[in-house]
Design a binder for this molecule. Structure first.
Ligand code: SF4
Length: 434
């Protein structure tokens, strides 16, 4: 993991929503030092903004799921009209997504929205872009400018468009396309700088994850504005997750990126959940709730582990809010090694499970009892953590063979068919980290 790249910092929100800082590390306009803010998770509502009740319900659901910032589309005046009421009924910073109609941006600013997303290339009249910049400057709200792959290609000037498209589909697609993006960004940013406006975040999305990595890497070297990362139009969650995680994960591991949006053709709640999980997995945000470790199962399994894991996941998601590590392992053979560091662990065996809390065996229960007992132990442990009687991650799960193996009568016998010496050999090797 590389250190976070320093950027200017933008701030979005107000006293009602709380302030969300994006980027940081470089001095602010008054010369005061800033530190990089935690990487924030954004998403976008899928319903119509003018349908106030439904929009408020969706925003609140996404906020509850952990979204730091929520964006809404405002294609028509009835959408910006609705913003007045939506902003009163929500407590998360809201971004108005504007394309083509500069008046929508002005109306959204007037309604009190916390940030504008704008693609200057979609608003041809410079005076109109200037009007939006001036309104945001007066309202002290930032703007994100996007140079998404799909929106940087000239559409009105046919000759210019053919030339740019030729570059996109030409032999050196990546290089030419990137050059166009950077040129557009420089052109757009000049418009903002001319008006002494610097509260700008940048995005340069594409559906091509490899290109996203190249594009943001180059942009991060050339511009000091915070970067909004995304692999756009990533597809359904089933395939879009890999596409998004590979692009965004690679960038963030290299210290690039200040706020993220994962884009799925699905309920946006998955964008929030997966965005948070990505940040937690990279250690870029403090985890809220359980970190669930589970084995993939193999021929040693003797309980219905897939069902058990799903049941455990759902039950713990509702009840545990401290970042507790919980391991659900199919057998004692590899379980201890894989669950090292878990606060609560279960190792299943011959239709039974042995439950450990920070290395101490607390129960040996039947398969049917595992879920309830595990949940109860997690709740008790959470309570102890909250009361200062236990510390997360304090002890490793240490299980010394052969006793637990004998106790469970687990799939170990399958390996042990060769005799006692083989049992001892495999057990000690496995616990040692095979
Ligand atoms: S913990 Fe046991 S059942 Fe699960 S994958 Fe490892 S060896 Fe197989």
């Amino acid at each position: 993991m590389h250190a976070r790249r320093g950027t200017r910092q933008i701030v979005i929100g107000n006293a009602r929503t709380g302030l969300v800082r994006i980027g940081g590390g470089l001095p602010d306009s008054s010369g005061n030092a800033t530190t990089p803010a935690p990487i924030s998770v954004q998403t976008m509502t899928s319903g119509y903004t003018y349908d106030i009740d439904a929009c408020v319900a969706e925003i609140n659901k996404l906020h509850q799921a952990g979204a730091d910032i929520v964006r809404v589309a405002v294609p028509e005046k009835k959408d910006t009209d609705a913003l007045h009421e939506i902003l009163k009924q929500t407590t998360v910073p809201i971004v108005a997504d504007v394309h083509f109609h500069f008046k929508r941006a002005l109306e959204a600013v007037e309604a009190g929205v916390h940030k504008i997303r704008l693609n200057p290339g979609n608003i041809q009249d410079r005076d109109q872009v200037n009007a939006v910049i001036d309104a945001c400057k007066a309202a002290k709200i930032p703007i994100r400018i996007g140079v998404n792959e799909g929106s940087i290609i000239e559409r009105k000037d046919k000759q210019k468009r053919m030339k740019e498209l030729g570059a996109v589909f030409g032999e050196h697609k990546q290089g030419y396309l990137l050059a166009i993006m950077i040129a557009k960004l420089e052109e757009y940013l000049d418009i903002f700088y001319e008006r002494d406006f610097y509260d700008v975040a940048i995005s340069a999305k594409s559906m091509d994850a490899a290109f996203v990595i190249d594009a943001y890497t180059e942009i991060s070297k050339r511009f000091d504005h915070p970067l909004h990362l995304g692999v756009t139009h990533a597809g359904p969650k089933e395939t879009g997750a890999i596409r998004s995680v590979v692009g965004l994960g690679a960038l963030m591991a290299n210290g690039i990126g200040d706020t993220i949006r994962i884009s799925y053709a699905n309920d946006p709640i998955y964008e929030v959940q997966d965005g948070l999980e990505l940040l937690w997995s990279l250690g870029l945000r403090e985890r809220i709730g359980v970190d669930l470790i589970a084995c993939p199962t193999c021929g040693r399994i003797q309980v219905d582990l897939f069902t058990l894991i799903q049941d455990v996941r759902k039950a713990l998601a509702e009840k545990i809010t401290v970042p507790m590590k919980v391991a659900v392992m199919g057998c004692i053979v590899n379980g201890p090694g894989e669950a090292e560091g878990a606060d609560v662990a279960v190792f299943a065996g011959d239709r039974r499970g042995i439950i450990y809390v920070q290395g101490e065996k607390v129960a040996n229960v039947t398969e049917e009892e595992i879920l309830d007992r595990l949940l109860a132990e997690c709740m008790t442990f959470q309570d102890k953590v909250r009361r200062g009687m236990a510390k997360l991650g304090e002890k490793k799960v240490e299980i010394i063979p052969p006793d637990p193996i004998g106790e469970l009568g687990s799939g170990y016998e399958k390996i042990a068919a060769g005799g006692v010496e083989k049992i001892k050999g495999v057990a000690s090797l496995t616990v040692g980290g095979v």
